[in-house]
Design a protein around this ligand. Structure first.
Ligand SMILES: Cc1cc2nc3c(=O)[nH]c(=O)nc-3n(C[C@H](O)[C@H](O)[C@H](O)COP(=O)(O)O)c2cc1C
Length: 581
């Protein structure tokens, strides 16, 4: 099967996989904590006592005023990240055989809710793919309210079924965005006000029958405004899409490493979504700062199995919706079981809880951390600007002008690359298009390192890509096809590709500024960048594929430049070798 890419090594490493069990286990990190409800009940009294102490001994209050937020206990991210690294040794030491009899069903199906079919006959936007992928924002401040047809196009070209393939073992329904193992663990939900041709509500998007199912009737956007501490794009959005990941759908194959996959697989969906929103001239913004429990409650998620991960504001209205926290009833709508049984990996819930934000105040504080990140990034850039040699920020390659929809329909992960060169213009077009700002106001968290195998006009070797100036800095020259093959989990694809783009992130300063939530953002950003690279390569009629990697070997290969950074994603690109007919 196509998604089963580890072939002879039908296993992925995991560290604490021995803790996985078929019954939900309560996460325990061995620390004694004051349970949150107990703390809340006594908060006023505790604050009173502390205020008195404050007058006498100023330093005490800083430590005791609030229980430490889980988000600030960054040792929990390091524990997760280090324990889920791949290495040649870990792959051998922890074999994992796929239980095909228990392969999770890739759709969430509510059995008792009637579908509201979405329109399938919308025109193409006609917007050239590269310009849609590269657009970082829709200019202007005018009101923009999407019609149902716009939402249908956004949902279809982000998470809809675009191909069906039949194998001996059954059928696979491939989706618009790439996804590890073709397991499609992300569900999309629409939260909207009354639109010109659609009623306000909370809906689940079902790609199987291309329909929306109503979970809650009425305008619930205020819950998201509240959860995001009145984030301005959410407060002014007529429609918001929330993306939620289901652990088991992906952990069936990837076990505890699934939380990294959440970032990547959600990120590729968002890359498509932003490109489509831009083609439809709809303002769109990815928002990651929210009170997790409030969003999960709105969608009525069973948080031991599925959790909200990101949200995207779509459109813009004049005036802001007020933040309206609401008592939300449990819905308990039945859904089709995904497998005969599910295996619980407690490490997933542990890292999710560690990166959760608990109050509006914490969300607001977290968002303001972005300015500190900008200062840290500026310092790092000053230190790093070395002897960059090429590029210069030109927007290149007039190339093919296929509209974004055609490119998304054409996209698929390349299974075999020709060992033939691409041009430097093509490479730089892909890089500049894909690295336009994602987060308004602050720079990318991930850095880009490349192995160049065959690019006309560029010596083979290892490079660092300066996003701000579009320059490629040579780190070491040489033919590194074998190294590329090894680093990409000993798969042929990165060895044969013309270029391999590795993302590495300086996790220390990221976690310092953003706490554990910074880890979610970093992985999601890597997925978004990777998703954009996929699209940009296909826009140029080249091929691309996401890949997994040997974590520490990647860092070592690009060191000393990359010392201290962590590998987050790998995309190989080049000319596609067509399968024999
Ligand atoms: C983060 C990520 C990692 C991936 N890793 C691999 C990999 O290591 N080897 C591989 O052959 N394919 C890999 N893929 C490609 C997926 O198998 C592919 O996206 C999936 O089968 C769906 O097919 P499609 O991309 O052609 O639609 C990866 C995809 C993503 C998004």
């Amino acid at each position: 099967m196509k998604g089963d890419f580890v072939d002879a090594r039908k296993h992925q490493s995991g560290y604490d996989e021995g803790h996985a069990c078929r019954f939900p286990a309560s996460p325990c990190d061995g620390k004694i904590k004051l349970p949150r409800p107990i703390f809340d009940a006594f908060k006023t009294q505790i604050a009173d006592v502390l205020l008195r102490v404050f007058h006498k001994r100023r330093f005490i209050i800083l430590d005791l005023m609030m229980p430490p937020s889980p988000n600030r206990d960054i040792a929990r991210t390091w524990k997760y990240h280090n324990a889920t690294k791949h290495s040649e040794w870990s792959i051998r030491a922890s074999p994992h055989y796929l239980d095909w009899q228990n392969h999770p069903f890739p759709f969430k199906i509510y059995t008792t809710i009637d579908p509201n079919p979405l329109p399938k006959d919308a025109d193409q936007t006609g917007i050239v793919a590269l310009s849609a992928i590269g657009a970082s924002s829709v200019p202007g401040d005018a009101e923009k309210v999407p019609a149902l047809g716009d939402l249908a196009r956004i949902l279809y070209f982000s998470a809809g079924i675009t191909k069906k393939k039949t194998y001996a073992g059954g059928e696979i329904y491939f989706r618009a965005a790439s996804c590890t193992g073709a397991l499609y663990e992300f569900e999309l939900y629409l939260v909207c006000n009354d639109l010109p041709d659609w009623k306000a509500g909370v809906y689940h998007f079902s790609p199987g029958d291309f329909a929306l199912r109503l979970l809650r009737a009425g305008d619930f956007r205020g819950v998201l405004v509240h959860a995001t501490a009145s984030e301005s794009s959410i407060a002014r959005a007529p429609a918001i899409i929330v993306c939620a990941g289901t652990y088991w759908r992906n952990s069936w194959k990837y076990r505890t490493r699934t939380y990294r996959h959440f970032g990547w697989d959600n990120g590729t969906i968002l890359a498509n979504m932003l490109a489509m929103a831009s083609a439809l001239r709809l303002p769109a913004k990815v928002v990651l700062g929210f009170v997790d429990s409030e969003v999960n409650a709105l969608l009525d998620l069973d948080t031991s199995r599925e959790v909200a991960f990101s949200m995207v504001s779509l459109g813009r209205i004049n005036g802001e919706s007020p933040a309206t926290p609401r008592e939300l009833s449990k819905l308990n709508f039945p859904t089709i079981p995904l497998s005969k049984s599910e295996i619980d990996y407690p490490g997933l819930r542990e890292i999710h809880e560690a990166s959760s934000l608990e109050t509006r105040e914490e969300v607001a504080e977290w968002r303001s951390a972005a300015s500190r990140w900008e200062r840290a990034a500026a310092r790092a850039t000053r230190v790093r600007q070395g002897d960059a040699s090429r590029g210069g920020g030109r927007v290149r390659d007039s190339g093919p002008t296929d509209p974004i929809e055609q490119v998304i329909l054409r996209r698929g992960s390349t299974r075999k690359f020709e060992r033939q060169p691409i041009t430097l213009d093509q490479l730089l077009t892909i890089l500049t298009t894909s690295t336009q700002p994602i987060w308004p106001g602050f720079s990318l968290l991930n850095n880009l390192y490349l192995i160049i195998n065959a690019v006309d006009g560029l010596a083979p070797g290892a490079y660092y890509y300066h996003v701000a100036t579009a320059d490629l800095e040579l780190l070491k020259s040489g033919n590194f096809r074998n190294e590329a093959r090894y680093l990409g989990l000993q798969q042929d694809l990165p060895g044969d590709a013309a270029a391999d783009v590795f993302f590495l992130a300086p996790l220390d300063p990221i976690l310092d500024v953003f706490g554990n939530r910074g880890y979610r953002v970093t992985q999601l950003e890597a997925g978004m960048l990777g998703g954009k690279i996929y699209l940009a390569a296909y826009a140029l009629r080249l091929g691309a594929t996401g890949l997994t990697f040997f974590d520490d070997d990647v860092t070592q290969f690009f060191s000393p430049h990359a010392a201290g950074k962590s590998a987050t994603f790998l995309v190989a690109l080049g000319k596609v070798r067509k399968p024999p007919q």
